[in-house]
Design a protein around this ligand. Structure first.
Ligand SMILES: CC(C)(COP(=O)(O)OP(=O)(O)OC[C@H]1O[C@@H](n2cnc3c(N)ncnc32)[C@H](O)[C@@H]1OP(=O)(O)O)[C@@H](O)C(=O)NCCC(=O)NCCS
Length: 178
């Protein structure tokens, strides 16, 4: 029989997880910015509760990932997308595949709920394994300065980025919460 204490469960977060999510973001990022951002995004207009996911092991929350709605804005167009940010795994639990499970489950949930494009600003060695490619090469831009290789995009539906270009418009919390 499987040892349920060690089984990894990925699920949507509930109110009871908020404190654990706050603490794990503080530990993983060694600061309060990301936990404050998650708290603020939960209160934001476009927040999608089903896309704030936790990884639970032995009854403990060990990881978290959040996808928030953004728009890819050009002069005459605005295409919907999701931004993967932030994601974190407790330092003691890193390098055990938990982050990968969160990303894979999360991307599947995004696709299942009809989303087509994901963008991320993150480690360029990490996200390509899930299919992310350089977003700049697809005609996407960030509203702030960042090295080319950290800005990546993924088509959940093949061809979703065809004809889509422009600058990512993030929820205001990404700019106002520090
Ligand atoms: C990034 C993070 C979420 C990955 O979670 P994880 O559970 O350790 O990831 P996995 O076990 O699925 O994968 C481990 C892989 O991630 C890589 N990785 C972890 N941290 C990394 C970093 N800072 N830069 C690049 N790669 C990193 C490891 O080198 C390992 O690579 P390998 O499989 O080629 O050996 C976790 O390390 C973390 O919380 N880091 C601190 C917060 C953070 O940086 N969040 C991401 C912001 S983009």
């Amino acid at each position: 029989m499987a040892d349920t204490a060690e089984m990894l469960i990925i699920r949507a977060e509930t109110v009871k997880d908020f404190d654990a999510v706050r603490k794990l973001n503080k530990k993983a990022f060694r600061g309060k910015s990301e936990s404050k951002l998650v708290d603020a995004l939960r209160e934001s207009d476009g927040f999608i509760p089903g896309l704030s996911l936790v990884a639970e092991k032995g009854g403990k929350v060990v990881g978290h990932i959040l996808f928030s709605p953004v728009r890819i804005k050009d002069l005459n167009s605005a295409a919907p997308a999701l931004a993967l940010a932030p994601m974190a795994v407790l330092p003691d639990c890193q390098n055990q595949g938990i982050g990968s499970e969160l990303v894979k489950y999360g991307l599947n949930e995004c696709k299942r709920s009809g989303h087509k494009i994901i963008v991320v600003v993150g480690h360029p060695e990490y996200y390509p394994r899930f299919g992310f490619v350089k977003a700049g090469e697809k005609g996407l831009k960030l509203p702030f300065e960042a090295p080319d290789e950290v800005f990546m995009a993924l088509e959940l539906v093949p061809g979703a980025l065809n004809g889509v270009k422009g600058t990512i418009e993030y929820p205001k919390e990404f700019h106002t919460v520090t």
